[in-house]
Design a protein around this ligand. Structure first.
Ligand code: PBG
Length: 330
């Protein structure tokens, strides 16, 4: 037996220069997509209690803040409208109102900050009285094909308003192909589609549903007849492959941290631009523990984001985008 190990992996860890030289992954501001909640009215700002640090903003305040976010180098925002209760309906007509909150927010942001990417969420849950992502039958079952036709209208209204990236988060079958066809026919050949391809029926979305005000509408109903079973992995590959075939430019896995195995499989098996959503519940967990002094906020935040890169994500939707960008700037 020799008195020393054959290989000392600690040699490379001994100094900062060598740790930097062998570092395999790096988070940059180019990896960050910032999800924001948009309110009606003017000069409106509301805290989201279950997401400490996150605020809903009216369009005027959103545009002002977006100047700062763009200056930090954040490439894109993802918009989520907080639909007033009286604009919700069984058939979610507000979803494709050309003067709806999301559509107006897109126009205002693109007018002021044309180079900042704007992504919009395509799904009906902010607009239905029952909080489901689609149109329901008498038993509460979400009807695929009727919903898909409305999603196409919603996507077209977003593209018409100037959205750069359309992001269907509804998990209806065939919606990517239908939206792509409509965009092509209407001349929106360069409008990108980021498909929420592997979106799981997760309980980590709770705080988001508070933020957009759909939690109360949804009540105890679940979304497991259309969102994926957390037990499944091969099925995610199937979903992603179909969405790419139907014309998606980018694909997403959601939630993020508990699903990094899926991010890794999607990236290594499909080799397409792959994004992960660090969702509201993941954010809330880190905020809650940090506020209690149980975790070091900045360090845990940066480590969690780096983990997405290591898993293979090309980018991350994260409520930490602004804070992370500030830290990355130094
Ligand atoms: C709506 C939508 C949801 C999220 C993004 N788009 C909620 C849901 O599917 O119920 C969740 C985002 C988050 O939790 O941060 N279709």
């Amino acid at each position: 037996m020799r008195a020393f190990p054959n290989t000392r992996l600690r040699r490379l860890r001994a100094q900062d220069f060598s740790r930097r030289l062998v570092r395999e992954n790096k988070l940059t501001v180019d990896d960050l997509i910032y999800p924001v909640f948009v309110l009606e009215g003017e000069n409106q700002r509301e805290a989201v209690p279950s997401m400490p640090g996150v605020e809903r903003l009216s369009i005027d305040l959103l545009v002002e803040s977006a100047k700062h976010w763009a200056a930090l180098g954040i490439p894109m925002l993802a918009l989520f409208p907080v639909t007033p209760v009286d604009a919700k309906s069984e058939l979610a007509e507000e979803a494709y109102n050309p003067d709806g909150l999301a559509q107006r927010a897109v126009r205002a942001l693109k007018a002021e900050l044309p180079e900042l990417g704007i992504m919009t969420d395509v799904a009906l849950d902010p607009f239905t009285t029952h909080g489901q992502d689609g149109i329901i039958d008498d038993n509460g079952y979400v009807l695929n094909d009727i919903t898909k036709d409305i999603l196409v209208k919603q996507a077209l209204s977003h593209a018409t308003a100037g959205a750069d990236v359309i992001a269907p988060s509804d998990m209806m079958d065939g919606r990517i192909g239908a939206i792509r066809e409509e965009l092509e026919q209407q001349g929106f050949v360069n409008t990108l589609i980021m498909a929420y391809s592997a979106k799981y029926a997760s309980s980590f979305y709770g705080p988001f549903r508070d933020a957009v005000g759909s939690a109360g509408n949804l009540g105890k109903s679940s979304k497991e007849t259309y969102q994926m079973d957390p037990a499944n992995s091969d099925e995610a590959i199937h979903e992603v492959r179909l969405d790419l075939e139907e014309g998606a430019d980018m694909v997403m896995v959601k939630p993020g941290m508990p699903y990094l195995d899926i991010v890794h499989r999607v990236k290594t098996e499909l080799r397409a631009p792959t994004y992960a959503y660090q969702v509201s519940g993941e954010y809330a967990m880190i905020q809650a523990a940090s506020q209690n002094g149980w975790l070091d906020h900045d360090k845990v935040m940066m480590e969690s984001l780096l983990a997405f890169k290591r898993a293979g994500a090309d980018g991350i939707l994260t409520y930490f985008a602004v804070e992370a960008a500030e830290i990355l700037k130094g």
